[in-house]
Write a protein that binds this ligand. Structure first.
Ligand code: FA5
Ligand code: MG
Length: 418
């Protein structure tokens, strides 16, 4: 693996990735009652688990922007299904860390996905004006509560509970664009390891260097463990909660695919939530992205398939299977041009298209845009690609979906169709 490429400096903030699903409905498990975990030694946090009730998610608050499409995905827990690619990759990462540091990491995979804005943003030092806080990017339950947009939402509480090395896996939610590598619900694994003074004295390195070196060794080792000889590169990045910060990319299907973000934890997070005089690293892995590379899955929607032709291809502990498409069904393109409105944003459009077309929507891309010099109005033309991974679609059903999209876009986003 080519580990150190020239470090590119990424000026913009890469905290929020961009994104992208009909779908099958989750076999709605009856709202499990919320188990209250035993109070932790250092902090009595009430930990809920299980599928949230619908009224806990779609609340009627003026700030609520969560659709049933998203609610239906909650509680599916792909990462807790041993024979599902997401469950298999989680276990493979556990095995790797267990072999590298036996007994060191405590593992959590049932943290409740509804968290406070404090946990999701403030406690990991996300600035008040950071773009990721916008309702255009994040699903709000109410003004102070969100569907976690990253597993970093659990860093501070887990440190406060006294853990110095841990892995937290869970479903995360983001309003985003639509394509083969972005989905509005995906899975992350957070890793944190804290070092003490004794550790850096023994290493002969300064604390930050020790953390950085151990972090990169651990993650390069993970990539080798999962993929063997794959081409990887480190990119300099920015996250509000780490400094320095990096992203790891893997060369996959002719393009560089970002698979994780990581860095040396901002000291204030440790000082506020753990103990002074320590240093730590943290990472956040995108499990779908890793599973795409490992199992050769070309489209992220496939992970949500209930089709046996997909599910039967994988089994617990088997890292060798490669996804065999059952068949490539034809795509159907629909273009839609409109004058934009203040209510329009690409994420709003994608959300709307998803709630109508579900997982039949493969991609949404802007193919043309121009501004009329006289009126100052901007026109966009978006192409929506419809394709099922399971069957051929009929013209009638696509036309019916596209009609709904057009009328909803005009009504809800107040754009003027051309
Ligand atoms: C984060 O979420 C940071 N919390 C990661 C982190 C943790 C950095 C700890 C430093 C320390 P980012 O937004 O880049 O970073 O997302 C992390 C990974 O999630 C990405 O590398 C990618 O693999 C995956 N990801 C992001 N957006 C999507 C999406 N819409 N669909 C699928 N996977 C995604
Ligand atoms: Mg990123």
């Amino acid at each position: 693996m080519v580990s150190s490429c020239p470090r590119l400096t990424v000026g913009s903030c890469s905290f929020q990735g961009r994104v992208c699903p009909l779908a099958f409905k989750s076999a709605s498990r009856p709202g499990r009652s919320h188990a209250v975990a035993p109070a932790c030694v250092a902090a009595a946090v009430e930990l809920k688990t299980g599928k949230p009730l619908r009224e806990e998610v779609i609340t009627g608050s003026p700030d609520n922007n969560i659709t049933d499409y998203i609610y239906d995905k909650m509680g599916m827990d792909l990462h807790r299904q041993p024979d599902h690619p997401i469950g298999i990759i989680k276990q493979a990462i556990y095995d790797y860390f267990e072999a590298r540091n036996p007994g060191l990491f405590t593992k959590f995979d049932d943290r409740f996905p509804i968290v406070s804005t404090r946990a999701n943003f403030d406690e990991v030092l996300v600035p008040a004006d950071h773009i990721s806080r916008s309702p255009n990017d994040t699903y709000y339950v109410d003004a102070n509560t969100v569907l976690r947009c990253h597993t970093s939402a659990h860093q501070a509480e887990t440190l406060r509970a006294g853990h110095s090395a841990f892995l937290v896996t869970g479903d995360v939610y983001r309003r985003d664009s639509i394509d083969a590598t972005h989905y509005p619900v995906f899975h992350q694994m957070e890793g944190v390891r804290v070092f003490s003074e004794a550790d850096w004295l023994a290493s002969g390195l300064d604390p930050t260097k020790l953390a950085e070196r151990d972090l990169k060794d651990a993650l390069e080792g993970l990539a080798r463990h999962l993929f063997g000889d794959v081409e990887c590169r480190w990119i300099d990045a920015y996250f509000p909660f780490t400094e320095p910060s990096f992203e790891l990319e893997i060369f996959f299907k002719g393009k560089w695919l970002e698979v994780l973000g990581c860095g040396v934890m901002e000291q204030r997070i440790l000082d506020d939530n753990f103990k002074p005089g320590h240093k730590a690293w943290a990472f956040g892995l995108g499990l779908e992205r890793l599973a795409m590379v490992l199992f050769d899955v070309p489209d992220i929607r496939v992970f949500w398939s209930n089709d046996d032709r997909f599910l039967k291809q994988f089994s617990a502990g088997d890292l060798k299977s490669r996804f065999k498409p059952y068949s490539k069904f034809p795509a159907c393109y629909k273009d839609m041009a409109f004058w934009v409105s203040p209510e329009f944003s690409e994420n709003n459009l994608c959300e709307l298209v998803r709630s109508i077309g579900g997982d039949l929507v493969e991609e949404v891309t802007c193919i043309d845009t121009f501004t009329n010099k006289k009126t100052g109005r901007t026109s966009n033309c978006y192409r929506i690609v419809y394709r099922s991974m399971e069957r051929s679609l009929t013209d009638e059903e696509i036309n019916a979906l596209q009609e709904q999209v057009r009328s909803q876009v005009a009504q809800v986003l107040k754009v003027e169709l051309r």
